[in-house]
Each structure stands twice: as C-alpha cells, then as structure tokens.
Design a protein around this ligand. Structure first.
Ligand code: BGC
Length: 732
C-alpha cells in the first residue's frame, strides 16, 4: 500500500469525500506529474479487439503500465473477476487513481435486445429508456463503468452497416431516442446499477460517402446544424457524461483533431462538461488521413483541438510530456482534459470504492435473468415492422399447418451482429424454436444455403413442404454477421437464390408470409410482389423467435413504424423523406418535361419513413387548426380525430410534420416535429391535440444560430410520412 492509496489512514484532500468534486480534482491534479496526467489520457485495450491490432502491448507490459500510473482506462475488459484484478493493480500505482472500464454495450450485455435501429421503430421512449436501464444494470453488475453508446449518427444510407446502431434518419426523433438512451443508461448516477453513456461518433460519421465504412464525409454547415448535430446535442443536454470522436473528416479535418467540432461546438456552444474519448486509434489515423505528419504531430493536433482520452493509439501518453516541455501544449490544456476524466471517476464513486461494481453474487443474479429476458421480449415485439399484409393474411390461426422455410430461421450463428457484448447466440431463440412453442403443426426446411444461394433440390424440398401446409412462412434476408462496423454492402438486396425460392413458393398458390432478417432496410422490391405479407424483423436479440411467434399468432398486434426509408432500388440511395423540393419537383409524364426524376425507375421509395401496419386499421379526420395565422410568440393547436376502424385493439403512431415554404435557408418538404403513440380499442375514436411553438418552426442558419421567419407553413398529420392530412397557416 502506498501513501496516497485510497485506503490509507491519513487522508489528503482528494481522498476526502466531504469536499466538493471540483476541490478534489484540483487537489489531485496538483499532486500529479505530467507523465501521470498523460497516463490518465491513455486508454488501452484489455480484451477482444474491436479494431485493428495496433501498438498492442502484451499483458505483462500493460499491467506494468497500469501499476506505473500510465493508463487511465481500459476497454474490453469484462466481468467482475477480471475488472477487479486489473483495478487491484491500478490501486498499487503511486496515487491509486482507479481505472474506468469501458465497453461496447450496444444492445445488451448478456441479455441481448433488438438492435438500436429496430428498437427505435417502437417510437416508445419510455420503453427505450427502460431497455437501456436493464442493459446498464447487467453491464454494471459485470464490472463495467461506461458504455460506448448511444450512437447518434444520422444516416440515409442502408449500404452503411452501422445504421443498425442508430435511430434512423430523422434528427428530431433521433434526438428524443438518444436522450432516452442516455437517461436509461446513466439513471440519476452515483449508484452501482447505472453506467456512463458515450455519445458517438462526433460528428456526422453517418454521412460517409457511398455508405462505405471509414470513407470521407463532406456536408455543408446548414446540413450539419439542421440534420446531423441535433441528436448529439440532445444526448449532451440529457446529461451524457462522455462523447466519442468520429473516424471521419469534417471540412477536411479529422474529427479527432477538429477544433470547430470539439471546442467551438461541443465545449463552448453546448457547454459540455464531460470528457471526450477518441474512437479506436483515431488520433493516430490523422496520419493516414494526411493531416498529421507523425505520431507526435497527431497527439499535438488532437490536444489542440480539445480532444482528450486516446483510445488505443498510445500517442498521447507517449508524446504529451515532450509536447508540454516544448511549450506546445499548456498545462491548462492538459489539466482541462485530465480534470474532466478525474471528475467522472470521482462522480462514479470509484475513489471511495474502486471495487464498487465488483460483486460476484450480484453479477450472477443479474445477468440473463428471467426478468431481463421478459423486458427484452417486449422490446423485440415492439420493434417488428409489418410492411405489407394483403387480405389480412396475418395473424395466423394457431391450428394452421405452417411450412417454415429458410436457413436463417434455424441458424443461431446468423442471428447476431458483432456488437453483442457477452451475449451468446447459443442462448438465443431462433424463429423455428419460437414458432414451435406457439404452433403445433409446423414443418421446417432450409430452402437456401448459408451463402444465400439455392439449388433445385432445396427448392423442391421447400415446394413439397409447402404442399402439405396451409400457409408458407419464409425467412429471407441477410446474416446478422453482415451488420455493424466494417460491414458496408454495395448491394443491400435480397439474393437471387432467395428470390428464386420465393418465385417457386408463390407458384404453389399457397399464401406466403416473408420474414426479413437484416439490421438495415434492404431493397425488397423484387420480393414484395411475390409474397402476401412482408414483415421486417431486423435482429431482435435473445428473444427473436419468441417475439416473432407472438406477432404471427396475433398475441401481439404489431405497432412499429420504420425510422429509415426502404429504397425501391440501390440506385436511389441515399434516400430519405426529409429531402428538399428541388427547383423542378413536378411529376408529369412524357419526355418533354424536365424534372427531378430517374428515367429508368421511380423516385419514390418502396416504403416511406414512418410506415408500418397493424392488424387493425386507422383513419384520420381533417386537421383543425386553432388559427389560420399566428405570431411568433403564439402557440398553434392542431386537432385531429383518429379512429380504429378495424376489428382489433391496436396502437398507432400518429406523426406530425411541418413545412416552411419560403426561408432564407431552404427547408425540407416535411420535417417531423411531434408524434403520439396511442392505444385505440376496436371502433374507438380519439381526439388528439398537438401544440406547435416557435421552437418547432425554427431552424439553424449556417452559423448554428436559431432562426424563425414569417411566411406560409403547412402542417401534416398521419400514420406515415406519406399518408397525411394537411392544413396551412401563416406565421406573421
Ligand atoms: C468503433 C466504436 C467503438 C470502439 C471501441 C471502434 O472501432 O467505431 O464505435 O466504440 O471501436 O470498441
């Protein structure tokens, strides 16, 4: 035990919990050497790799670095036993500063929830917050202090594999979801059941060109402020403790070294008080980007931008002492970065008890508990999007004879993506198993191979099974392994093999229900006419098969609506509902009319943002506005009647969009501004009221200033971004 160790008898100010956190941070900083400060900025990988293996020291060397106070955090170390062992080593360092353990707990630690994109399709913020709280509780019980989530990157490109980690294409809704996730993960803080959140990837990583991973980004300031920044901002405002730099460039400057993003926007304009961590080796990647000359230059440029913790590049710990000596980095700059990290460690209570998250009994009682699985099942049900249901073929009577076809329906290996923390596909329920629990008359065959090709033999077997059944349920899509980082796809479509299978099945004349597995919208245009019902099942987590069975049987009436547009063709991508009108929006026939279109296909998507069906149906009355013209300070009330005109009780997501017709910066044709998720009994009508304020009618100019301008506005309310009722008003 050393003089400063947290358990020493003689307490110095930073060890005194009755002092304010600011006082304790200040005292500790005053006792640290520059090398120790640089150490706090160093985050090392301690487990499985979640990026390229750069600079990776061996275990013994890492352990020595921890003991020498040259490491502030580790990532990918999991479980009470391992985190405790490494924390014990950290406690032997001169000042006994505890490590903070970070991990990608993206949609579950051991109990796996739907991928974040799917979860967002529930439009259920209370449920999303609750899911995040369960996820945090499991991670915290396993020694984790900090997750690298939520991802707040807006994306319009299903070629990009990481769309699965976000909340889709809408900035307003993305902000609501990001805030709910932050609140669920962090709770009120300072207990041992919540963990720190990390808003990532700052900023505009979702705009990678052509959807190609790690590619360049080039967005205008108007787009940045209005479209890309709002979800990060909402997450910061919700109290997120940390933010992660992105891999991409912005204005030609790598995000980790981008002073505009880090200092001007995040620290100054948004008054962010937490700390930043780089993405995996992103400080060092400034060299490959062509921005930094060498490692020392990379460390300098990241620090000068205001960035802080260095994940896995090892350039800060190595060069900061030299850079301080040379006067290139000031002590104030260094203290700001280190002080923010220490502040969070104090707030977590790690100085009082570095082993606060280390309790084996709690770990085994919490992970994968029946209660957690029940929450995950509800989350999975709420994520399923019913895209098409001709003649109400769904739900299926439990006595029906079902031919379940599709390799993925029985392949645990293909159920999950890369980001499942300590989840195991062997613990998950595939569709076949889920259906077996619900439907007694069920056959199964593969229909296609693991690589999505098929053969005459597989198709014949499928036709035979179909012949003996009342209804065919076929699981198409892509493997879960194709979701996440470094999983960009140039052609996100249904494979030829699966289309051949669907074509053969359609010819049997039996009704066909297609379940689509994919963590992104695929182009479903070829599949759609071959099936009677089309269900976007995403990757639903541990309870995947159980949730799908409960939806197919009608025990759960689907209510989710897609938060990403489904393209009609790959050539339309990027495609999104909140686009500009262009100067030539007219849609007329004939070659002579020159307007914004494709000559070889429609410009419309297959399914728009906000689309999703229920087993019941809803109709909307005309919109009633409280006034036809309002002043800036006024509120406008929009009233609408929504009726359940079907035979089942059901939930509807009522969406409100606006359009600003003439503005100093062109505004989209529609912008989501509000929504309500309501439950209506069969035959019931509900009157809904929305209130619009000047906040809803404003936008950002190129400098990030909020602007509100008089003129004509439209308001739209409906069950998707396309199926809407409209009314207009004037802002004086
Ligand atoms: C990803 C981050 C992740 C980090 C740590 C990076 O490759 O971009 O999202 O948090 O690795 O695993």
């Amino acid at each position: 035990m050393n003089a400063f160790n947290g358990f020493s008898q003689k307490k110095v100010p930073f060890q005194n919990p009755t002092l304010s956190t600011e006082q304790r941070v200040k005292d500790l900083l005053s006792r640290m050497t520059v090398q120790e400060k640089a150490g706090q900025l160093n985050q090392l990988n301690g487990g499985a790799f979640t990026g390229p293996a750069l600079n990776d020291a061996g275990q013994a060397e890492k352990s020595k670095m921890v003991k020498d106070g040259r490491v502030g955090s580790m990532l990918n170390v999991t479980g009470v036993a391992d985190t405790r062992a490494i924390q014990q080593t950290a406690m032997q360092s001169r000042l006994g500063i505890p490590l903070i353990f970070g991990y990608d707990v993206i949609h579950g630690y051991k109990t796996i929830f739907p991928v974040p994109l799917a979860e967002a399709c529930s439009w259920d913020l209370a449920a999303i917050e609750k899911n995040s709280a369960v996820v945090a509780k499991e991670a915290a019980a396993a020694g984790i202090h900090w997750t690298f989530a939520p991802m707040c990157d807006i994306s319009n490109d299903p070629r990009w594999g990481r769309v699965m980690e976000g909340a889709g294409e809408d900035p307003y809704y993305g902000g609501l979801v990001a805030a709910a996730r932050v609140k669920g993960l962090q709770g009120k803080g300072n207990d041992n059941e919540h963990i720190l959140a990390c808003v990532k990837h700052f900023a505009a990583y979702g705009a990678v060109e052509a959807g190609r991973e790690y590619n360049q980004v080039d967005v205008s300031r108007v787009m940045l402020w209005n479209k890309y920044l709002p979800p990060y901002k909402a997450a910061v405002e919700a109290g997120a403790a940390t933010v992660m730099n992105a891999f991409n460039v912005l204005d030609g400057v790598p995000a980790s070294a981008n002073k505009f993003l880090v200092t001007d926007v995040l620290k100054n304009k948004w008054a962010f008080k937490g700390f930043l961590v780089s993405d995996w080796a992103s400080f060092k990647e400034s060299i490959a980007h062509g921005y930094a000359a060498d490692e020392k230059d990379a460390a300098l440029k990241a620090m000068q931008a205001g960035s802080m913790m260095d994940m896995q590049s090892n350039v800060s710990e190595k060069y900061i002492p030299e850079l301080v000596k040379e006067g290139k980095i000031t002590m104030a700059q260094l203290d700001d970065a280190v002080g923010r990290i220490l502040f969070q460690k104090f707030k977590l209570g790690l100085f009082e008890d570095p082993f606060k998250f280390c309790n084996e009994q709690r770990e085994s009682a919490t992970l994968f508990s029946a209660a957690n699985r029940a929450v995950a099942k509800t989350a999975a049900e709420k994520s399923i999007v019913l895209l098409k249901n001709n003649n109400n073929i769904l739900p299926l009577d439990k006595n029906k004879k079902i031919a379940l076809i599709g390799f993925y329906a029985n392949s645990k290996d293909d159920m999950f993506d890369f980001w499942i923390a300590q989840g195991k596909s062997s613990d998950a329920v595939p569709v076949y198993e889920g259906l077996k629990n619900k439907f007694s008359n069920l056959s199964f065959c593969n229909g296609y191979n693991a690589d999505n090709t098929t053969s005459e033999a597989l198709i014949n077997e499928a036709i035979q099974n179909a012949g003996a059944a009342d209804v065919i349920v076929v699981n198409i899509g892509i493997s879960g392994k194709m979701a996440g980082e470094d999983r960009s796809l140039g052609n996100p479509v249904i494979s030829d093999g699966q289309i051949a299978l669907l074509t053969a099945l359609q010819k049997t004349g039996k009704p066909v229900v297609a379940l689509v597995s994919s963590a992104r919208p695929l182009v479903l245009t070829q599949a759609e006419p071959l099936v009677n019902a089309l269900v976007q099942c995403w990757i639903l987590g541990t309870e995947h098969g159980n949730a799908i069975a409960s939806m197919l049987s009608g025990e759960f009436n689907p209510s989710a609506k897609t938060v990403m547009t489904f393209p009609f063709a790959v050539g339309q991508i990027p495609i999104y509902y909140n686009h500009f009108n262009t100067g030539r929006p007219e849609q007329t026939d004939g070659m002579g009319n020159w307007y914004s279109r494709y000559r070889d296909m429609t410009r419309e998507p297959l399914y728009p943002f906000g689309h999703g069906l229920s087993y019941t149906s809803f109709t909307y009355g005309e919109l009633r506005l409280s006034a036809s013209s309002i002043k800036k300070e006024d509120r406008l009330t929009v009233t609408v009647n929504v009726s359940n005109t079907g035979k089942m009780d059901g939930e509807e997501i009522v969406q409100l969009y606006t359009r600003d017709h003439a503005a100093s910066v062109v505004r989209p044709v529609k912008e989501l501004k509000a929504y309500k998720k309501i439950m209506l009994k069969a035959g019931e009508t509900m009157e809904l009221r929305f209130t619009l304020t000047k906040n809803d009618l404003s936008f950002f100019d190129a400098n990030g200033n909020t602007v509100i301008e008089p003129g004509k506005f439209s308001v739209f309310v409906g069950g998707s971004s396309e199926q809407v009722k409209q009314a207009d008003f004037e802002l004086k």
